[in-house]
Design a protein around this ligand. Structure first.
Ligand code: 5GP
Length: 209
């Protein structure tokens, strides 16, 4: 009898960081529109929703008390305080999607990425940078969602964040969204072809169990 039993390939965990305004969200949206086997994890945050942001789609907007409860119940894969608010990745949905074979993107800050990396070094760590600081300021200003004070805070943090880029396996300069998205898609494709990820496939081909 033909052996139809096979273990479903686990999805990849892709961590994308970069300063506010680097365009991570736009690049991820572009990726999602092109690749059906990809999902972006929805984080929980204590920050207020921006106009147009949708509960459960952009974030789960929760109170600080609820956030602290979730920390206490060990519900986060990682969490961090970023620009005076808490942000965290609920772990269960990420685990479920990866078990389903879906590649999951975490769009998180450098502190959260460091936490994930220490527990899951086999993840793919990508840093997205703007082409210049003046372009970064322009993008945050044009978004029109931040006060002058918040804008300056984000610009100051951007220096420290970009210095961290060397801790990531890949750096993608987001000059044009579709080019940056294509580069990330290429990284994912190359990672899927890594010999250590295909050991069981090779065993299957040569008939070893
Ligand atoms: P924003 O307020 O602009 O949506 O996000 C601010 C920063 O928080 C961004 O750098 C974003 O990547 C990061 N962030 C969003 N969700 C999470 C999360 O779940 N965990 C961590 N550590 N950072 C997050």
């Amino acid at each position: 009898m033909e052996n139809n039993f096979y273990i479903k390939e686990k999805g990849l965990l892709i961590v994308i960081s970069g300063p506010s305004g680097a365009g991570k969200g736009t690049v991820c949206k572009e990726l999602l529109s092109k690749y059906p086997n990809l999902a972006v994890s929805v984080s929980a945050t204590t920050r207020d929703p921006r106009p147009g942001e949708v509960e459960g789609k952009n974030y789960y907007f929760i109170t600080k008390e609820n956030f602290l409860d979730m920390i206490g119940n060990d519900e986060f894969l990682e969490y961090a305080k970023v620009y005076d608010n808490y942000y965290g990745t609920p772990s269960q949905s990420v685990i479920d999607m990866m078990d389903e074979g879906i590649d999951v993107i975490l769009e998180i800050d450098i502190q959260g990425a460091a936490q994930v990396r220490s527990n899951y070094p086999e993840g793919i760590y990508i840093f997205v940078v703007p082409p210049s600081f003046s372009e970064l300021r322009k993008r945050i200003t044009e978004r029109g969602t931040e006060s002058e004070e918040q804008l300056n805070k984000r610009m100051n943090c951007a220096y420290d964040e970009i210095r961290n880029a060397k801790n990531y396996s890949y750096i993608v300069i987001n000059d044009e969204v579709h080019v940056a998205a294509d580069k990330i898609a290429s990284i994912i494709t190359a990672e899927k072809c890594r010999s250590n990820r295909l050991e069981s496939k090779i065993d299957e081909i040569i008939g070893r169990s």
